[in-house]
Write a protein that binds this ligand. Structure first.
Ligand code: GLA
Length: 380
């Protein structure tokens, strides 16, 4: 099955004053730092959520509150500038409201409260989940249902313009389009999505290193800029259109850093196709080796890993994981581990204990289920 992005918005049956929505986090099995170069990625939505409950307030302002922040925020609907400091979380929520208004949707005032059991800054896309939960309550109140790809693009624009993070489209699409029991093969140049079942004997375990990353600190943007410089050298929009051989022959002209960044992207794109084929063929050993190669490439060529993630990946190998690698933007956050389902909870316990023994530090491990995408829960 392949889902093409549809262009038509569907009116929901009811326009309402009260809406609840929830949006899951995501893991990514493979395809890291390739979405903004038109690559294919393999994320999956997981059973950890941001939930939003919203109520029309009859005023021309949005009142935001979150169980994870201090104090409510009252924002006039026409507010135009990003928030900073301890209000910056609101960029992911109000930024989405602003993007719906910019797109011509007649959003009126509402109060919204967010709750979440999705750890923040853990590389599990809490940002995309917050954006999408906001998008759904806005749509619910307007009696509107945008196509998933259009909603994802609006959320991505909010993240670019309000949060200042030049992210790709993987997270927003995964959060919106998740399919229970499946990863999603997303072609980030066409936004086509093909769900790929995760065999029942395999499970994903996320290990949160507790090292907080800040994608907005500029490293993510620098990686993107290096890729864009390489693509410009080859006169293509995306590195997906450059072969490994072409890249190698331009090593001197590109310079060592840009060459290695592009080598990660091009090699990772090849690994995604091989990984999907290995999973389909039930060749778990091959899938595991590809995850290991992905991690090494992110560590050595892309330089987005850190000591804690490297240690977690090493320990996972010793504990019998089929595959393990860092996940998401990097510089902290989580690893994703593919394990036999029968061993998943044992693995989760063991990796926490072994990491503590080796480093004295605490991590959190979570066996996750792959779930459906974001949804409106009820409308009154
Ligand atoms: C972050 C971004 C995504 C993607 C990943 C790396 O999660 O939001 O768009 O680039 O990093 O794969």
């Amino acid at each position: 099955m392949s889902i093409s992005p549809s262009k038509v918005s569907t009116p929901r049956t009811q326009i309402s004053g009260f809406v609840r929505a929830r949006a899951p986090g995501r893991i990514n099995l493979i395809g890291e730092h390739v979405d903004y170069q038109g690559g294919v990625v393999m994320p999956a939505a997981i059973n950890r959520y941001v939930k939003a409950a919203a109520q029309a307030n009859g005023r021309s302002e949005v009142r935001l509150s979150s169980s994870q922040s201090h104090g409510d925020l009252v924002v006039p609907l026409e507010h135009k500038t990003p928030f900073s400091g301890d209000k910056s979380w609101a960029n992911y929520a109000f930024g989405v409201v602003a993007k719906y208004r910019d797109a011509g949707h007649p959003v009126t005032g509402f109060d919204v409260k967010f709750e979440s059991n999705l750890p923040l800054g853990a590389g599990l896309s809490s940002s995309a989940a917050l954006e999408t939960a906001t998008a759904l309550v806005v749509e619910g109140m307007l009696g509107l249902e945008l196509p998933q790809a259009e909603r994802a693009l609006l959320c991505q624009r909010a993240e670019h313009e309000w949060a200042g993070v030049p992210c790709g489209i993987m997270d927003q699409l995964a959060v919106n389009a998740g399919v229970a029991g499946h990863a999603l093969k997303i072609d980030c140049s066409t936004l086509e999505i093909a769900p790929a079942p995760l065999p029942a004997n395999l499970s994903a375990v996320v290990v949160d290193s507790k090292v907080k990353h800040a994608l907005a600190d500029g490293e993510y943007a620098k990686r993107r800029a290096d890729c864009e410089a390489a693509a410009a050298f080859f006169d293509v929009e995306f590195l997906r259109d450059v072969t490994a051989g072409e890249l190698d022959s331009a090593q001197i002209q590109l310079g060592e850093r840009v060459y290695r960044r592009a080598r990660h992207v091009i090699s990772e794109m090849a690994r995604v196709g091989e990984f999907a084929a290995a999973l389909e063929a039930g060749d778990t050993a091959a899938a595991g080796l590809l995850m290991a190669a992905s991690h090494s490439s992110l560590r050595d060529d892309y330089e987005v890993s850190c000591q804690e993630l490297d240690t977690l990946v090493e320990i996972a190998g010793g504990l019998g994981a089929i595959g393990a690698r860092m996940m998401g933007g990097g510089f902290g956050g989580s690893t994703v581990n593919l394990v036999e389902t029968s061993a998943a909870s044992r693995f989760a316990e063991d990796i926490v204990a072994r990491y503590r023994e080796e480093t004295g530090a605490e991590v959190e491990a979570l066996a996750v289920n792959l779930v459906g995408g974001a949804s409106i829960e009820n409308v009154e």
